[in-house]
Design a protein around this ligand. Structure first.
Ligand SMILES: Nc1ncnc2c1ncn2[C@@H]1O[C@H](COP(=O)(O)OP(=O)(O)OP(=O)(O)O)[C@@H](O)[C@H]1O
Ligand SMILES: [Mg+2]
Length: 364
């Protein structure tokens, strides 16, 4: 068979490989690139919209199996690559940042910062370039979680501030504005100025994803950021208790009001996995996060177990995704990263009028 005829046959079978999130075949999505022949051996790239794609391996295997079955084809090499797309935004702030993910909660202490740090690191592990902005002005905790000393970040011309790099991601924190161990004492109107500085002066370079750890609640910082930063989507963290769920719902509704898409709800400390027996213990009534997501018509992302190691790793400055990548909590954080990245791609496809398998959560 001629090379052209072989190419045609291969494209024909690749048209039957569907991206389950975008609900379209990978050929018409423009994912198949760089097809090369060496005799009857073939290699090609499949360029996804995120390296964190949860079905990357599944797609690779399907491509390999289907192309190998084409008559006349010898060896098949499928290279999975990714170019992260930008969420369309009308504000010209943070120009090098393709997607901004806000991590929020209604109630304090539910594990937002832990989710934000592990989400950022889990996205980085897949090969994405990632930044983390700790916008919790009064209670910044991300430097501690990443093991970064509290010191003023390096500055440059035009009031530029350069983020600190740790574990492969870039970090800027409100903690860098105060002396170590000292509280940052600010009145409400000053907060807007700090947020504005974070948005305008920090030189992030090129980022696929910027994760923002928000303070709890729906106050000044959240409102300023959601109005001034072109946020691509929000992740709302809750714990299973009713008091947390009630506040998380308010958080979701705040995003509805400011027209920021909710990428999903995470139920943290959903159950306890005991070191001794590996059994799941449901200390609180679990499932509230999922029920709320269904009721508000937003995606439910996943449950994250309560594991003592998560807290220990956070306190020690090496989040669990890095310290113990195969632990059940790390697996849950990686699943979360995959789903968040996929939901952003789904929302972008929706903007481009591509029919997808999910309804996008825009309004309640
Ligand atoms: N899945 C988990 N298992 C065990 N401990 C956890 C888990 N998630 C978070 N923690 C611990 O719970 C405490 C609170 O978490 P974290 O600081 O992330 O919450 P937060 O919502 O950011 O709090 P705040 O509202 O004060 O900013 C921390 O000590 C953290 O290590
Ligand atoms: Mg926090």
């Amino acid at each position: 068979m001629s090379e052209d005829a072989l190419r045609e046959e291969i494209i024909k079978v690749l048209k039957t490989v569907k991206d389950p999130d975008l609900n379209r075949d990978i050929v018409s999505l423009g994912f198949v690139k760089e097809m090369k022949f060496d005799g009857n051996n073939v290699s090609f790239d499949v360029e996804l919209t995120t390296p964190a794609c949860p079905v990357k391996e599944q797609l690779k295997n399907e491509c390999e199996t289907k192309v190998k079955a084409v008559e006349g084809v010898g060896n098949v090499v499928v290279n999975m690559t990714a170019v992260v797309r930008s969420t369309d935004r009308d504000q010209p702030v943070l120009p090098g940042v393709k997607n901004i993910i806000a991590v929020a909660s209604g109630k304090g202490g539910v594990g937002k910062s832990t989710v934000a740090a592990n989400l950022a690191l889990a996205l980085h592990v897949t090969g994405a370039s990632v930044g983390l902005m700790d916008a919790d002005i009064y209670g910044p905790s991300v430097p501690q979680m990443l093991g970064v000393p509290i010191a003023p970040p390096k500055g440059g011309p035009d009031n530029k501030i350069y983020p600190i790099e740790k574990h492969g991601i870039k970090l800027i924190s409100a903690a860098f504005l105060a002396k170590e161990g000292q509280p940052l004492m600010l009145r409400g109107p000053m907060l807007g100025g700090i947020i504005q500085q974070f948005l305008q002066n920090v030189d992030w370079g090129e980022l696929d994803y910027l994760v923002i750890d928000l303070p709890p609640g729906t106050g000044d910082v959240q409102m300023t950021l959601t109005q001034r930063a072109p946020i691509s989507g929000a992740v709302v963290v809750t714990t299973p208790q009713e008091v947390s769920l009630i506040d998380a719902e308010k958080g979701v509704k705040m995003f509805f009001q400011v027209k920021v898409p909710v990428l999903g709800i995470v139920e943290n400390m959903s159950y306890f996995i005991c070191d001794g027996c590996d059994k799941k213990h449901f200390i609180f009534k679990n499932g509230g996060g999922k029920t709320m997501a269904e009721r508000l018509n937003v995606p439910f992302i996943n449950d994250i177990p309560l594991i003592t190691n998560v807290a220990e790793c956070g306190d020690a400055g090496t989040p669990i995704v890095v310290a113990d990548p195969d632990s059940p909590a790390s697996i849950a954080y990686k699943e979360l990263a995959g789903k968040v990245a996929a939901q952003l791609s789904i929302n972008q496809a929706k903007e481009d009028n591509v029919e997808t398998s999910f309804e996008v959560a825009w309004e309640g």
